[in-house]
Design a protein. Structure first.
Lengths: 222, 259
């Protein structure tokens, strides 16, 4: 084991956490409005607009059909334009967040779709406006599913950051490729993989705990 | 007080055309408990949903008092809906909200102040006999209690009309009776007009004063509940009564009370 291992790994971990957190945040920020638009505009939705729904859906699918690494490479010029460089963690956040936004939008849309139609009908019968239905009925009712979905998305984005490491993003994925793979440093490879495993487990554990907490409050029998 | 004129509604899908309502005409007196009975698929749910426009009729009109519900714009419709309560077979309570939160929802929607809500909710829960469950979540309640919350929620805004969409069909007979008793009390205390749809003859017999029979989207019989039992004119009415009687005959034989 080399003495350079620890600082190397720590810097990588820091970059990864930074990229995942910021990308997930921006992706959620972009994904929520898309999801809401998809759900209200669908056939039978509270503001039915079938044409808008089709166009938006096709757009989301288009982004989702790119292989991750290609999407990142395609979006790198945007990083140069926004951040000024295509290298490093901050530059990677641009393609990562834009690339994961459509994925997050679908996950959020699916969670909202699980809200029983009867509840929405009841809210409509009480004279609730579409905004009220979205924010005071759909989101609260779908909260446990949303928490689980966003957990899933964060873990997927962690995977994306490792892929982005192949094209200059920094972080643990980049370490594994540059040191572990290209320089045959097995200790680096092992340490990065182990850290990624721990990171994913941690995120999943937090997500499960949060969702369970909400559910146990709502569905407690005593 | 409530008048329905020449109501039509057709559902068109890729393969079929279902004429859910065909030239439906109805009138319901203020303070009445009015039952609409029919078999599955007769158009009952569609009809009751046209009263508060959860379904948009293709043509025809619905009047409540002076107001033509079918002529209202979106915003006016929402205001009108706040004065019509509705209860459902599956209760449709919000699982994310406590009993208090469920009953306060229509008040929040109507822009009632927090203070007034805190005052009004316990009052209405008292009326339906659920004061002790105010901080419970719906999943912690029995079916009958859930429907009481549904009724409290529907009445929170002091509506003139209560629409009941098979509200007792998911409940056992005893609970059904207690919910129907509650509805009758509310009808008397609050002078609430109740329109209920049902496929249970017992519900009709138990609390309704007047009724209409719906058959394939048409009203085939209308009048007092007494007339329905004494002189059924439509096929649906006769069939309903025949089914009930044949059950009774079987029961008589079984229990050795016959002949």
């Amino acid at each position: 084991m080399n003495e350079d291992l620890l600082p190397l790994i720590l810097a990588g971990l820091q970059d990864t956490v930074y990229m995942v957190a910021l990308s997930a945040l921006i992706a959620a920020f972009l994904g929520f409005p898309i999801a809401v638009l998809l759900i209200v505009s669908e056939k039978g939705g509270i503001m039915e607009r079938p044409n808008l729904n089709r166009v938006l859906g096709a757009f989301v699918n288009l982004f989702r059909s790119f292989p991750t690494i290609i999407l990142i490479v395609v979006l790198l010029p945007l990083s140069r334009w926004i951040v000024g460089t295509t290298l490093g963690a901050t530059a990677a956040v641009v393609p990562l967040s834009i690339g994961s936004a459509p994925f997050l939008a679908r996950i959020i849309e699916n969670s909202l779709k699980e809200v029983e139609r009867g509840k929405i009908e009841a809210a409509r019968a009480m004279g609730a406006s579409p905004q009220t239905i979205v924010f005071k009925v759909m989101f609260p009712e779908a909260l446990p599913a949303l928490v689980r979905g966003i957990t899933l998305a964060i873990i997927t984005i962690t995977g994306f950051t490792a892929v982005a490491g192949a094209v200059g993003a920094g972080g643990l994925g980049s370490l594994a490729i540059r040191f572990g793979y290209m320089r045959y440093r097995n200790d680096v490879m092992f340490a990065t993989v182990a850290l990624l495993v721990v990171l994913v487990q941690l995120v999943q554990w937090c997500g499960d705990r949060a969702a369970r907490k909400i559910n146990s409050k709502r569905y407690r029998f005593d | 007080m409530i008048t329905v004129k020449h109501l039509y509604k057709t559902y068109v899908t890729a393969h079929t055309r279902v004429e859910a309502l065909q030239d439906v005409n109805l009138s319901v007196e203020k303070g009445d408990i009015f039952g609409i009975i029919g078999f599955s698929g007769a158009g009952k749910s569609t009809l009751i949903r046209c009263f508060n426009r959860l379904e948009e009729p293709d043509s025809g009109s619905v009047f409540i008092g002076e107001h033509e519900i079918t002529a209202l714009g979106k915003r006016e419709l929402r205001n009108a809906q706040r004065k019509m309560g509705m209860i459902f077979q599956q209760f449709n309570l919000f699982d994310s909200r406590t009993v208090f939160g469920n009953v306060s929802f229509p008040l929040e929607v109507a822009g009632v102040s927090r203070k007034a809500i805190a005052h009004r909710v316990p009052e209405i829960l008292e009326l339906v006999g659920l004061s002790d469950k105010i901080n419970f979540y719906p999943a912690q309640l029995s079916g009958g209690q859930m429907q009481r919350v549904g009724i409290a929620r529907a009445l929170a805004n002091e509506p003139d009309i209560l629409l009941s969409d098979e509200a007792t069909s998911a409940l056992d007979p005893q609970t059904t009776a207690s919910i129907l008793d509650l509805l009758r009390d509310l009808n008397r205390q609050l002078h609430l007009t109740i329109i209920l749809i049902t496929h249970e003859l017992d519900v009709l017999r138990y609390i309704c004063n007047n009724m209409a029979v719906l058959e394939n989207g048409r009203i085939v019989e209308q009048g007092s509940v007494e007339k329905f039992f004494l002189n059924p004119e439509s096929n649906t009415a006769r069939l309903f009564i025949k089914i009930t009687e044949s059950f009774q005959v079987n029961r008589m034989w079984k229990e050795g009370e016959g002949i």
